[in-house]
Write a protein that binds this ligand. Sequence first.
Ligand SMILES: O=C(O)CCC(=O)C(=O)O
Length: 266
Amino acid sequence: MKHAIYQMDIVPGDPESNRKRIKEWLATQVEQEKPDVVVLPEMWTTAYTLEQLEDIADLDGEPTRSFLKDLAKQHRVHIIGGSFANKVDGAIYNTALVVNNAGEEVYTYDKIHLVPMLNEPAYLAGGNKQAHVFELDGVKMGLLICFDLRFPELARELALAGAEVIYTVAEWPSARKDHWKALQLARAIENQCYVISSNRIGDYDGVLFCGTSLVIDPWGTIIKEGSEKNEETLVETITVSNVDRIRKEVPVFASRVPELYKGWQQ
Ligand SMILES: O=C(O)CCC(=O)C(=O)O
């Protein structure tokens, strides 16, 4: 399964410009590489312009949903559509969307964990629906949005539900770059699955973002790593059967004793 990851710089507060950039990226880089799946970063329509979101967020998923569906169909590519600010019944969510290469919506997820360090709870509503596994070409997949990465329970739930690939879409700051890498390695090793991320580069409002988008295999080896500063397209093909092989070689899932993990439910 060939992936192209867009390590994008985001124009703050200007969804139209960002849509134009994604459109151009698909028409050039993606057309050249012909991947099966493309991956976009978190909040790519607006960046973290929290104070402007009332005015520039999508309404009930539009126009981003239609935009991504049209592009997926046109380029015959599955799109892990990063996330975008999405106003529903007066509340703004950080919503991720996945569409398949026929232009059909496959999965939508509202970021559950809001970031206190960014004062997110003052501007956004946390998702109140469970994360689920979805499928593209018969591969089981899960998705996390940025801060979600710090909650191993969530990735574990997805792995227990069969996820072979976990995507992480992010705007992760350079100040905590070591955490970004270590947490993804941990999620890949403990869940014995591929972890594939798209993180923005550039800066906004004094915060520098660290790029370093990654493809990590189920053994925990980094097989692709983006730079810290440059906008780029990371292209990598993953072999999903490795998940099963590694899970047999080191049988973590078969060795679990969930009845003794009492804290899990608290
Ligand atoms: O957890 C972190 O350090 C960064 C989280 C973040 O920036 C986000 O969720 O947007």
